[in-house]
Design a protein around this ligand. Structure first.
Ligand code: NAP
Length: 319
């Protein structure tokens, strides 16, 4: 089979298409004929050699995919590496049926973004209906990206007011079409100040934080009383900075979220899929594809995402 191999640690230049033997499914695994792979920030970190738990190169890239099971059923799935190949051996419980009307690209763009966004709302306690009269609010960083666009669709269906940051007016206007209520261009405006103004000093109930560095404390300062910060990435590559005394004043909290870890919890993943598949069936969720490239152009796909030029998801077509 053809596979996209990370030949050594580095940038997009270390990726190569190679001919490898088909993987042999182990216990609880199934062989899937892959059609498309969804590209994630974690794939860029894996190629650089900085992703926790990933083996040393050479290894096959990619952590989510869509394709066909041996019985012909269309599935989308999640794995830690090995997805960007013509065949993948994946755990059966991390394969989900593809909604009939979705393309292979749309299906490949679903698992990571939508499970992550779901768990962010879940950890923030925002899946429950609101109890007091005030509208609930969430601030979503990188709102025009893969997880960001999924979080906007979910915020809309949950009746939560969404605030989102991006570097570009064009991206923000496209996310507004998906239902984003308040776009903040952080190149033109300080987002902490914007949240103060837009919420009349009250703040937001949750921030989905994936930038790291100074943004952890800055995002915590955007929180309302008893609000919660969901930390799930560090796109800046900088170590998180926060003095936890900052959390005292408003009784706020910080929670970590890592899909790699949560995906091993069958019960939790099953509950998440029940809810997600019901929202999909009702037409609330639809993966947003910004760019789709053939596997021969995988380096360009990595560059596009790594430079923050994407809108929604970048997909790699395997066949
Ligand atoms: N913990 C988990 O389980 C989990 C799961 C999925 C994703 N993540 C994390 O969530 C984040 C988003 O992942 P994604 O795959 O959906 O990517 P993405 O949001 O589609 O792309 C990254 C976006 O981040 C913004 N950005 C801000 N600062 C950046 C910087 N210094 N370098 C590059 N981009 C920057 C860019 O948008 P603007 O130009 O609009 O700002 C860029 O488009 C990543 O940090 C990823 O590691 C974590």
């Amino acid at each position: 089979m053809k596979a996209i191999v990370i030949t050594r640690s580095g940038g997009p230049e270390v990726l190569a298409i190679q001919e490898l033997a088909d993987p042999v499914p182990g216990d609880g695994q199934e062989l899937v004929r892959v059609e498309a792979g969804g590209l994630n920030f974690a794939d860029i970190m894996t190629a650089k050699g900085g992703y926790p738990g990933a083996p040393k190169p050479p290894l096959v890239a990619g952590r989510e995919f869509s394709g066909f099971r041996s019985d012909g059923q269309r599935v989308m799935g999640y794995i830690q590496w090995g997805a960007f190949a013509e065949r993948v051996a994946a755990r059966s419980e991390l394969l989900w049926p593809v909604p009939k009307e979705w393309s292979a690209e749309e299906a490949a763009a679903f698992p990571v973004n939508y499970f992550t966004a779901y768990f962010a709302y879940w950890k923030a306690g925002l899946l429950e209906p609101q109890k007091n009269g005030r509208n609930r609010r969430v601030l979503i960083h990188a709102v025009a990206g893969g997880v960001g666009t999924a979080a906007v669709q979910m915020g809309k269906l949950l009746g939560i007011e969404t605030y989102g940051t991006s570097s570009s007016e064009e991206k923000l206007s496209r996310v507004k079409e998906l239902g984003l209520e308040h776009g903040i261009n952080y190149k033109q405006q300080d987002y902490e100040q914007a949240i103060q103004e837009l919420t009349h000093g009250e703040g937001v109930d949750a921030v989905f934080e994936m930038l790291g560095g100074e943004h952890v404390a800055k995002s915590a300062r955007c929180l309302a009383d008893f609000g919660c910060l969901i930390v799930y990435g560090s796109a800046t590559g900088q170590k998180s900075e926060i003095d936890t005394r900052l959390l005292y004043a408003k009784g706020t909290s910080v929670h970590g979220l890592w899909l790699t870890y949560l995906s091993a919890n069958r019960e939790l993943m099953g509950r998440a899929w029940n809810q997600l598949s019901s929202w999909v069936a009702q037409g609330y969720l639809h993966p947003v594809i910004g760019r789709s490239l053939p596997m021969e152009q995988v380096a360009e796909a990595y560059r596009w995402l790594g430079e923050g030029r994407n809108f929604g998801k970048v997909v790699v077509k395997i066949r």
